[in-house]
Structures are given as C-alpha cells and as structure tokens.
Design a protein around this ligand. Structure first.
Ligand code: PLP
Length: 428
C-alpha cells in the first residue's frame, strides 16, 4: 500500500489553513474623503473646453500638486488608468506611424499596446536575467533610424538599468519613457523612479502599492510634454484652436479623465506610501534571509544603484539544483496556501496580436511596410531567448511581502517551501 502524501497537492494538510486575506489598502480615511466629495459635488470637474475646467476639478488639481511635490517632479497629470497615461506619453512625445519604440517583452501588455495605439511599431528587446528588466545591450542592437523611444519598465519594484539606458538614449537622440506602474517609491541614484526619464507613468489600479481601484498618472519636467499629455486626456481636438500657448498643430484627444472621488482617495493613498513601502521591504528582507539558505532558489536581486520596493517578490528557480520543476513547485506551493504563478507573463510578442499581426481589424498596420513605415519587425519565437527561458522555467513570484501580510505569513511561506522541497520526489 502506498503511504499517503504529506503534500497538500495530493490531499495532505496545507501549511496555511486559512486563505491569505485580500490585499486591500484603502480604509476609513479614503471612505471619509470619498463621501466628502459625494456630499459636496461635483463628481468630476472636467470640461472638454478651453476654460478653467480644462484641467479638472479641485481634488484632481490638489492630487496632482501633492503628487508632483512628493515625487519632486514639475508636472503630474492624472488619468483614469496607467494604460491611458502610457498612450498619452506616446502622444506627448509625438510618436506615431513610421516610428519604432523599443519595449521589453516581460511587462503588462499595456506598456506595448500604448505604442500601437498611436500607430507606431513596438520592437522587442530582450531582458537581463537578474532584475528581469529590458537589457541595454539588447536595446542597442535594436536601434534603427526609426527608433524614437525606449520603454523602460521598472519591473517588480525597482528601476531598470537606467544607468546604461539613459546614456544610450542620449547618444542616439531617443526618449526614455519609464513605465513605473509597479515601482512607486523606489529610488534610482537617490531619485524617485518614474521621474528620471523624459516621461514617467504610474498606476493606481487595485493591485498596485497605492491604489484607488483604477487610476494613473504621467509625470514630466517638460512643459510642452505636459501640455500635450493634458490635451490627450481631455478632448484636445476641440480645445487647441483657443489655446494660443499651444502651437504644435492639431491633436486628437480622449476622455482619460480622473473623477473627483478617485482623486480625493488618491490623496490619502499618497500619504500611505512610505508606511506601505517600509512594511513590504521589511518582509522582503526577512524572506530573502531565508531564501538564501535554500539551494536552487535565488532571491530577488537589487541593483547597487537602486532601492527595491518589492511590488511583487520574484524568485528564480534552478530546476536542476532544486530537483523540481518551477511549475511543480508553483502548483505545490499554491496547494499549501501560498498562490504562486507559473511565471509572470508570456513574452508579449507571443500573444496572438503580434503572432497574427492584427491590431486594427484585418490590416497588418503598423507591423508591415506601409506609406509611413519601412521596417519589418520580427516577433517570432526565439528573438529574446532570455525572456523565453525566464518565462518558461525560471521565474515565479510571491505576494507574501505585501501589506497586510505579516512576518508570520513569511515564515509559513518558507515552511511551505521547505516542505515542498523535502517531498519533491512525490512531484517527480
Ligand atoms: C508595468 C505595468 N504597466 C502598465 C500597467 C497598466 O496599469 P493600469 O491597470 O492602471 O492601466 C500595469 C498594470 O498592471 C503594469 O504592471
């Protein structure tokens, strides 16, 4: 008779008996702020006209002012999502058909679709295998006469290799957009990430370090970019002819506006950022000390120029040393009560949008040569071998360092990990 398994995956008792509580940062103060707006009205202060309401209502403006002060940046422009803000960044930089933007394949899809949204063509560069961010060497190999910008995604809570990317961009006269959705509060050479490149983007969606359900921001020190970003947010097409200070020609806008309720809650969330960051960093350090002792597991790496805020905690798995596949580990850990994904995302170029080259119905615009574009991007399997290896075999993640989890949760996570490894023969 076979012995019953200890592993929860096969019917054993899980290390964590109760499900992890939901990560949820908003509380009484956000409720008070939201109710105040509802009582006072209006719920949105925007008008798509060249009037004092073009820039939004009282709370939107207060939030933007406080955000730019906190992050030491000249302009903060709020949006209804980071996805909108990323598109506005592309518009602000004047990037469109015929242009290429170099992007990492290991990111949330919106980093890349923002480029397509304005008719420009994304070109994928590989990632490096320590921080999992875009690799400056690979970026350099992808630069052509059509390249207009690099999307530097500050992944999982720390800056991409900005020390190498910025001089590269300068040398080739191209812009740097920091997608900082995952890293508010992190520092690069002592400066807040997101404020280092030409434009930076932040997210306030429900999974992020600070959150209002949905929401986003664009930050920049450049007045002209800020104005175009504001026009893109609020029906710029019907406003520009009455704006003597804007002389860059027609623009077509959107409704990417933030509500007053969201802005009021966002103001409270900014005040929580340091507290939440400290909590995550303390748990991440505790986890790191334990992970270091486990052969086959590599804890998160922090670049010497960075501080890491651990939006998500990446763990690298050496399947041979561990004697266990990444996917089996993830499945067993999830059953023990600690959800672990099989990797982060599929490399973005492998999504059907790129494989079929269909972004705008059945046309292949902007993936093929056209009136404006003379390039021929490659989206085939194999173009970025490191990201493929990371995604298929080596990376997994845990959210156990996020607030409101505690040292006890981290210790139980480590206990579960050791248990799974001790019983790896059952998973063979
Ligand atoms: C790196 C990155 N960029 C962009 C986004 C999009 O953010 P939002 O949901 O606010 O549009 C996300 C969200 O997960 C993200 O992680």
């Amino acid at each position: 008779m076979t012995k019953p398994s200890h592993l929860a995956l096969f019917g054993g008792t899980p290390v964590l008996k109760n499900q992890l509580p939901e990560v949820h940062n908003a509380g009484r103060e956000e409720a008070v702020a939201a109710v105040r707006v509802i009582k006072e009205g209006p719920l949105s202060g925007f008008l798509g006209t060249a009037s004092s309401r073009f820039l939004g209502g009282k709370y939107v403006r207060l939030f933007e002012k406080e955000f730019s002060k906190k992050f030491k940046v000249r302009h903060a422009v709020s949006y209804n999502s980071a996805t909108s803000a990323l598109h506005a960044a592309i518009v602000a930089l004047g990037i469109g058909p015929g242009d290429e933007v170099i992007v990492p394949p290991y990111t949330m899809s919106a980093t890349v679709t923002a480029v397509l949204q304005n008719g420009a063509t994304p070109i994928f560069a590989d990632i490096e295998d320590k921080m999992f961010c875009i690799d400056p060497k690979s970026v350099e190999s992808r630069i052509t006469k059509n390249t207009k910008a690099i999307m530097a995604v500050n992944l999982f809570g720390q800056a991409a290799d900005l020390g190498a990317l910025l001089p590269l961009a300068k040398k080739h006269n191209i812009k740097v957009i920091e997608d900082n959705a995952q890293s508010p509060g992190a520092l690069w050479r002592g400066k807040y990430t997101g404020t280092v490149g030409d434009i930076g983007v932040f997210s306030l969606n429900v999974h992020k370090a600070i959150q209002t359900g949905e929401g986003g921001l664009l930050v920049t020190n450049d007045d002209a970019y800020a104005l175009r970003a504001q026009l893109c947010r609020n029906h710029g097409e019907s406003v520009v002819d009455e704006m003597p200070e804007y002389d860059a020609g027609p623009i077509f806008g959107n409704n990417y506006r933030m509500t007053e309720v969201t802005a009021a809650m966002a103001r409270v969330q900014i005040s929580r950022l340091s507290f939440l960051t400290k909590k995550r960093v303390a748990l991440a350090k505790r986890l790191e000390r334990a992970l270091r002792t486990i052969p086959g597991i590599t804890p998160a790496y922090t670049h010497p120029e960075n501080t890491h805020v651990y939006y998500r905690y990446p763990i690298k798995v050496d399947e041979k040393k561990l004697g266990l596949s990444r996917d089996a580990l993830a499945a067993a850990m999830t059953a023990e009560g600690f959800p672990m994904p099989k990797g982060y995302v599929k490399p973005i170029y492998l999504l059907p949008l790129f494989q079929e080259r269909k972004a705008f119905n059945n046309t292949h615009f902007p993936f093929e040569k056209n009136t404006y574009y003379d390039g021929n991007p490659d989206y085939s399997y194999g173009i970025c071998p490191i990201v493929e290896r990371m995604a298929e075999k080596e990376i997994t993640l845990t959210d156990v360092c996020q607030y409101p989890y505690t040292a006890r949760h981290v210790d139980l996570f480590v206990k579960a990990l050791k248990k799974v490894i001790a019983h790896r023969h059952e998973l063979a």
